[in-house]
Design a protein around this ligand. Structure first.
Ligand code: KIV
Length: 290
């Protein structure tokens, strides 16, 4: 068998080329099985550090360790074959210096097999974006509401609703674009500002709570599937998986208690002896006859 996959995975330059064209579709993914389901519908899968809050019960993304990102990142790469996989660099793994960022980002790329990484920050991270991009690491930047800075911002605060903030946020977008980022996430940003930034820079803007004016959109998968107990205003719920899980689990619990489950079709029977040899007793034995 060829070592090359049949399907060519999208790359960071493929995403950059989509600027101003068909809207770029993306979602977060944290596991191999969800990555497998959504792979063919999205252009990139982001292994976001939001997994700390969504999967591991942290109050913010600040405590997320690099090892956790690597573990989930490699699962998503294994579960997908077409979408570009981007792994978030967690708080504390890249801010100190471009060298620290390179060391950790190279580890993420080697150990997960992802095609790019994402870091939060604008002007102050431009040097790091430039350093990484120059050394073979495609960087997606993330500006506006940057959750890793929650303790400095004093909460998850929407950005750019006051015009006095525009100059700073526009400078952030220009700085990461000039430094070589292949795309930039605009999070929690007023529509007018997101539209201005999208027009001003040559790389795609990916919005999350930043309006339809962006070149593409991303949502946290669990939020749009109705699995998260609370979601921000910008999330549209496309499925009610939380309710579906509850119905399924309630039915299971009832059937276990009433002994309706396991039924005969879920039960292994003894092998039956025939004149010609051993015959399987049931066709419904999903995992074989042992
Ligand atoms: O961690 C994450 O899920 C993200 C998205 C919200 C863009 O950074």
């Amino acid at each position: 068998m060829s070592a090359q996959s049949q399907v060519r995975r999208l790359t960071a330059p493929d995403i950059t080329k989509r600027k101003g064209g068909e809207a770029i579709v993306s979602l977060t993914a944290y596991h191999a099985h969800t990555a497998r389901i959504i792979d063919s519908y999205v252009d990139f899968l982001l292994v976001g550090d939001s997994l700390g809050m969504v999967m591991h019960g942290y109050e913010s993304t600040v405590p997320v360790p690099l090892e956790l990102m690597i573990m989930h990142g490699s699962a998503v790469v294994r579960g997908s074959s077409r979408a570009l996989v981007i792994v978030d660099m967690p708080f504390g793994s890249y801010e100190e210096s471009p060298q620290q960022a390179f060391r950790n980002a190279a580890r993420v790329m080697k150990e997960t097999g992802c095609g790019a990484i994402k870091i939060e920050g604008g002007v102050q991270m431009a040097e790091t974006v430039d350093y990484l991009s120059d050394r073979g690491i495609p960087v997606m930047a993330h500006i506006g509401l940057t959750p890793q800075a929650v303790n400095v911002m004093g909460g998850f605060k929407t950005q750019g609703r006051d015009k006095s903030e525009w100059k700073r946020l526009e400078a952030d977008a220009k700085a990461v674009s000039d430094a070589g980022a292949f795309a930039v996430v605009l999070e929690g940003m007023a529509e007018l500002l997101a539209a201005r930034i999208t027009r001003q820079i040559p790389i795609p803007t990916i919005g999350i709570g930043a309006s339809v004016e962006c070149d593409g959109q991303i949502l946290v998968l669990e939020d749009m599937l109705g699995l998260s107990p609370h979601v921000p205003k910008f999330v549209k719920i496309y499925g009610q998986l939380g309710a579906a899980i509850e119905v399924a689990v309630r039915n299971y619990a009832e059937e276990v208690r009433s002994r309706a489950f396991p039924a005969p079709e879920n039960t292994y029977e003894m092998k039956q002896k025939t004149a010609t040899g051993v015959k399987r007793a049931s066709k419904n034995t999903k995992f074989g006859s042992t």
